[in-house]
Ligand binder design. Structure first.
Ligand code: NAD
Length: 472
């Protein structure tokens, strides 16, 4: 007879009792999957105090040891990948298959390893005779990381991995919609980290606001909506915390007349519908030259109808539900407004209640113009407006007219022309014949109301480090 205790799943480990916690629903079925702790501002104070106390020793460990630990966390994420992906799929709604839950967990390991393997070398910025000035990079101190619900595990890693790598300690506040995924990820990380270095405070918006205003935090990494981003900037006037703000997007794509529709169609589809449209840097407004308009609309509609949508745990599904009721209401409102204005719903344009309460069919809307809410506002869901253009200068002007500036893309066959258009589009990243592809070594961030600061690679490490000039 074995005397060892039964192995508890990650979900069992992070969930609390029904009396102590808040029920978290399965995004597809709405059944309760577990109870998330409801941490308070007092819990936040304790976590920040512990992170402050742990920080000097963590920084003193040195880069090599911290890198080793980040790799150990990545190994453990990979060893628990299926369990993490299953929890993520249930809580967030994204299917296991396609560029979704397994993909997200895989990306967590990739970004952890990339942060571990990137270094900021001291930089000699001036040298003359015996004089010399060198920029070196210290830790900032304690980082507060506030995240959204659309890619909860991956975005937590984007915020945490570079922060830890540079010797900071971190307090994470997941979205109230997806706490369990982040708690499970941090549980795996904390098998390897000293106490106090990484804490998660699972609270609501008030806890987020308390992080943003906290006098003992040195940096806030925030990913979420532009409206919340503005509140965080206001709070930073008091604590002067450094900010990285990854905010909303309303990315435009411009399709040129010489495009090879068959060759780009699938990339175009996933640039729009990745994570069922709930992606910051997804393509959200598509401008297509009139000579190719019908062909592009038909290709997108064909793919939208062919891609399996349903419960994320069922193999083969690649599109899932909206994550929450509020987001379903936004998508519905924007599509209904388009319909009322006389736009053509080519496919979709309605919920799919037979799949579950929060499913909405992949939707392509044609014969729509700028000024319609579906074009001007971020839909953050599976509904794409396709706008006809005749004049390229006009299309570029309309693409650039948004207050947002996260990503943009241009689609065509001529390398010189696509590059020339890319240079005229105003966004943090412009993709050519793709949209939304990210690389852990390539800086990523928005302009205009999409925020400021860059993540990933050396730029991402600098954003969580204190530059220090040593001059002699
Ligand atoms: P949200 O702004 O509602 O919430 C994000 C987080 O902020 C949550 O954890 C929330 O609890 C917290 N929060 C709320 N009020 C706060 C306050 N006053 N102070 C501090 N924190 C507070 O965003 P969301 O709905 O979870 O996410 C969707 C949005 O995020 C979309 O606009 C999307 O484009 C954007 N997003 C951007 C990126 C990017 O990299 N640029 C990535 C993912 C999502």
């Amino acid at each position: 007879m074995s005397t060892s205790a039964p192995v508890r799943s990650l979900l069992e480990t992070v969930t609390v009792s029904a009396e102590e916690g808040r029920a978290v629903p399965d995004a597809a079925t709405r059944e309760t999957i577990g109870y998330a702790p409801v941490h308070t501002v007092a819990d936040l104070e304790a976590a920040i105090a512990a992170a402050r106390a742990a920080q000097p020793a963590w920084e003193a460990l040195g880069h090599a040891e911290r890198s080793r630990l980040l790799h150990a966390i990545a190994d453990d994420v990979e060893a628990n990948a299926e369990e993490l992906a299953t929890l993520l799929s249930r809580e967030q709604g994204k299917p296991l298959d396609g560029p979704n839950a397994r993909f997200e967990v895989g990306a967590c390991a990739v970004w952890l390893r990339s942060a571990a393997d990137t270094a900021l070398e001291p930089e000699v910025v001036f040298e003359a005779g015996d004089s010399r000035a060198v920029v070196e990079w210290d830790a900032l101190g304690v980082v507060g990381a506030i995240g959204p619900w659309n890619w909860p595990m991956m975005i937590t890693v984007w915020q945490v991995a570079p922060s830890l790598r540079m010797g900071n300690t971190v307090v994470v506040k997941p979205s109230e919609y997806t706490p369990l995924s982040v708690l499970a990820l941090v549980e795996v990380a904390n098998r390897h980290l000293p106490p106090g270095v990484l804490a998660v405070v699972s609270g609501d918006r008030e806890v987020g606001a308390a992080i943003a205003a906290h006098p003992d935090l040195d940096k806030i990494m925030f990913t979420g909506s532009t409206a919340t981003g503005r509140r965080i900037v206001e709070a930073s006037a008091h604590n002067l915390a450094r900010l990285t703000l990854e905010l909303g997007g309303n990315d435009a794509g411009v399709v040129l007349p010489d495009v090879d529709v068959a060759a780009i169609a699938e990339n175009l589809f996933w640039g729009i519908f990745i994570n069922t449209g709930q992606t910051c840097a997804a393509l959200k407004r598509l401008y297509v030259h009139e000579s190719r308009y019908d062909e592009v609309v038909d290709a997108l509609a064909g793919l939208a109808e062919a891609m399996p949508m349903g419960n994320g745990l069922a193999g083969g599904n690649v599109l899932g539900p909206l994550q929450n009721e509020a987001q379903l209401a936004i998508v519905t409102e924007l599509v209904e407004d388009a319909r009322a204005r006389g736009a053509r719903i080519v496919t979709g344009g309605e919920p799919a209640p037979e799949l579950g309460p929060l499913f909405y069919r992949a939707t392509v809307v044609a014969d729509i113009e700028d000024g319609a809410a579906l074009v001007d506002r971020e839909q953050f869901g599976p509904a794409i407006p396709v706008i006809r253009y005749a004049d390229l200068d006009d299309a570029i002007a309309r693409a650039n007219a948004s207050e947002q500036g996260l990503g943009a893309s241009v689609w065509g066959s001529d390398a010189e022309q696509t590059l020339a258009v890319a240079r005229r589009l105003r966004a943090g990243t412009v993709w050519i014949n793709g949209h939304g592809g990210l690389n852990p070594q390539v800086p990523f961030g928005g302009i205009k109301a999409s925020g400021y600061g860059q993540e990933f690679g050396a730029a991402g490490l600098r954003a969580v480090a204190a530059p220090k000039v040593i001059s002699r």
